[in-house]
Every structure is written in C-alpha cells, then in structure tokens.
Design a protein around this ligand. Sequence first.
Ligand code: TXE
Length: 490
Amino acid sequence: MELMSKMMTIKNYINGEFVNPTQDNWLDNYNPSNGEIYGQIPNSTQDDVENAYQAAAKAFLSWSNTTLEERSNILSKIADLILQKIDFLAAAESKDNGKPILLAKQVDIPRAASNFQFFANAITQFSSESHESVGFNAMNFTLRQPIGVVGCISPWNLPLYLFTWKIAPAIAAGNCLVAKPSEITPMTAYLLGEICNEAGLPKGVLNIVHGLGTSTGQAIVTHPKIKAISFTGGTKTGAQIAKIAAPMFKKLSLELGGKNPNIIFADGDYDKMLTTTVRSSFSNQGQICLCGSRILVEESIYEKFKFDFIQKVSELKVGNPSSLDTNIGALVSAAHLQKVKSYIDIAENEGGKILFGGDSVTVKNFENGYYLQPTIIEVSDNNCRLNQEEIFGPVVTLMSFKTDEEALFLANDVKYGLSATLWTNNLNRTMQFSKQLQAGIVWVNTWMLRDLRTPFGGAKDSGVGREGGFEALRFFTEPKNICIQYESPS
Ligand code: TXE
C-alpha cells in the first residue's frame, strides 16, 4: 500500500472484509502536519454498526470455544506482524496524528505489539477462584465467561496504542467486538484489519467501524445487545456514555481525562527530574492523559528550576513530524489547536504569566500545519481554569509550594485523579504521598514507566474501572458462581 503519496480511502472492517459504509457517506481525513485532506473515512450509521454486530454475534459461539492456546497463538502472530511492519505503521501513525515519527516508532507501535503479546501470555495464566462451603458439603467455583459482543471506543492521542490496549484483552477473553477508533486518527486501526486477516483471526471476531462519535459511537453505545463498553476519551463524553449505558445495565470501563500534578521536592535527583519533566510535560505535544500538566515545585528550588526548565524547553525543536530531529510535531487537528490556544489566551486574565512559548509556529513547507510552541505558564492560584481544566496540549503551569501539606493539598485540589508524579528521596514522604494522593497511578522518581500487569485507570472524574493485566480480563468476562452440593460421605 502506497501510504505517503496518494489519497487513501479507509473502509469498515466487517466479517473480515473491507466494506463501504451502507449509505456511501464519507468524512475527510486530515494530515495535521500540513492541514491537507489526504483521505476519506466512512461516516458509518446505525446500519453499519448493526452489520458489525451481526458479524460479531455470528462469530461468538465458535471464538468463545477456541482453546486458549489457539487464541494465544493468533494474538502473538498479530504482535509479530505489527513489529514486522513497524516502519510502515509508524509512518502511518505520524502522518495521521501529527506526532513525531520517532515517537511513533519508539513508543506507539512497539506498545501496540506488546499489548497483543502481553494478553497472548496473560490469557494462558488467567484463572478463577473456588470456595469450599465447609460444613455444607458444597463446592463453589467461579466460571469466567466471555461477555459476548463488546464495544471498544478509543481516542486520537495514542491511536493504535490505546485501540489495541482494549481490543487485545477483549479478544483474548473470547469476546467478539465492534470497535471504533477516533474519526480523527482512523488509519492504523484500518491497517490493523489487514494484519488480523494475515494472522488468521477468524472472520467477525474483530469488526471495526469508522465514523463520528455522536453517530457511529453513539450507535455502539445504544445497541441493546452490546453488553459492555470500554471507552477512553474526554470526561464529558464519558459522562454522556455513562448516562446512556447505565439504565441499559451495560458493563462500563471509562478511562477519562487528567490534570496530573508533577510534585518536585528539593531532595530529589535534580538532573533526572529535569529531563523527565520535559518529557512528562511535552511528549506527544502534551496530548497524553498522563502528562504532568501542573508542575508544583518546592520553594527553595523554584527559581533555579524555572530557569533550567525554560532553558531545556527552549531547546526542543517544533517541526515536521516526519523529520527525525523533531521533538514536538503538530497538534492533532485545527479544532484542537484552537482549543489549546484558547487557554493560552485566557492566561493573563486568570492571573498567569507566560514564561515561555504561547505562539503558533510556522514550519517551512508545512505552513498550514497545526504547530504550537511548548508553553510554560506561571500561576499563583490553583483555582484558575489553567490549573483546573484539561488542556491536553503542550502547555504546563508552574507553581511553588512551601510545605508537604500544601503540596498535597494542591495536588489533590482538582476534580481529576488519574496520575501523579513525585520527585523525592525521602522514604517517609514517598509513602505518605503515595497513600494520600488521589490518583489511580503514582510515579515516584519516574514517569510513564508502564508494567502491563499493573492496574491502569483513574479516580474521581478520571474514570471508572481499571484496565491492564488481569483487571482487563476480569472486565471482559462475566463471573458466574457455580455451587455444587454433594452427598456427605457415609
Ligand atoms: O474526545 P472524545 P475529543 C480529552 C481532551 C480533549 C477532550 C475532547 O481534553 O481535548 O477530551 O477530545 C468517540 N458516544 N481527551 O472530543 O470526543 C470519539 O469518536 C460514543 C482525553 O476528541 O471523548 C472517539 O472515538 N462515542 C483522552 C472517542 O469517543 C463517542 C483522549 C474519544 O473522543 C461519543 C482524548 C459519544 N457520544 C481526548 N462522542 C484521554 N483520556 O486519553 C465521541 N465519541
């Protein structure tokens, strides 16, 4: 497939085949690096979702009865094929999303392969419990059965990475799927369909429908027979989905937004902290739900940190995502660029001071791309919108604190609770903060170090439920208690 030069038409992947949307209705797909339309994607309707559902329902009986070894082998094969095609997939991801190609090659695509490989292994180790009812001559055991047809809806920031993070455990657990990637970054999910066919995934196990959240996504969420929804995206969207799904008694996993504190104490490893903080602030143009967008620094090193951080950030190169020396590529869309800029525009009114950046960047030969400088804003009031709302772009705020109590208060004083990063070498402080931070994930002296066995997800408005490891396999299975009473021995 010639990816870089011609217009690409993406199709739905239903029952192992690539098909047009039933109403022949299409959406434009943009290249964020130059603002040009380079392809079209289906604007799928309820009928397309229904076709995907029917294919999945048909495949379910057979897929849910395949041996674990068979499933595991197919998932491993998918992982191998992703790695074999790493250059091609990284180029596709970078072009579709605007992220630096090196990031796609070093993070996104290898992680998509790891997701499949991890669950290929995990399913062979997944087990359930038994409980002997002593004195009643009864034995209970828990059957963990696949749910049936499940819906997976993923966002645009880490397209293949987050898509596979959902679909790999869902498939491994024996479910069949109707899945939808973001309409803003549909390309690598489309390419995954071909890989699944090549790996021998039976027809109908994975069905991918493309289209808008408010129509295609909504059709998945409202479908009466799709009994579980795994969603990653904005908090507002998560609330809308929960409102529909709850009265239909669907199982829900919601991974939503974050406004994560990066708490820096003077007693930490300064150099490691500084380098990591540049990454945790601006990786993927700041479009990662785990980015540490609120930097809280102990007063004694605040001025030094401010100086050094600005210096390091000024060395980052904003540019064409396909150049190997680009650190910060394009934001994902014109609308998202506008949203992020709107926060920079209110900085002064909110009592903020722009210490670095704040402007769009014009990249030579890519003048219509969606580029923004990495931006650092100093704030003094944690209640300002810049510190309370998820900006989801290359924008961080800086604030100082005096005591541990104040740092903890500031860290927790938001509606979100996804992750937190702590820089300290004090063991007592590490334990006290780890216990009291209101977050699903706490990193101490590191950031975004992921072990796929660990629970992943957020507290408060950052979501409901956990992904990762056996948590994901538990989500994608329905536990059933079997209680057998037997005659007492004579
Ligand atoms: O995400 P949406 P958007 C945050 C970030 C961003 C904001 C909005 O702050 O600025 O959310 O981004 C599908 N029923 N995050 O609007 O809309 C949609 O098609 C069913 C954080 O782009 O939540 C896409 O596939 N599905 C986040 C997916 O939901 C619906 C990553 C996510 O889109 C739907 C992305 C509906 N009613 C944005 N509406 C993170 N936590 O990583 C939309 N969708």
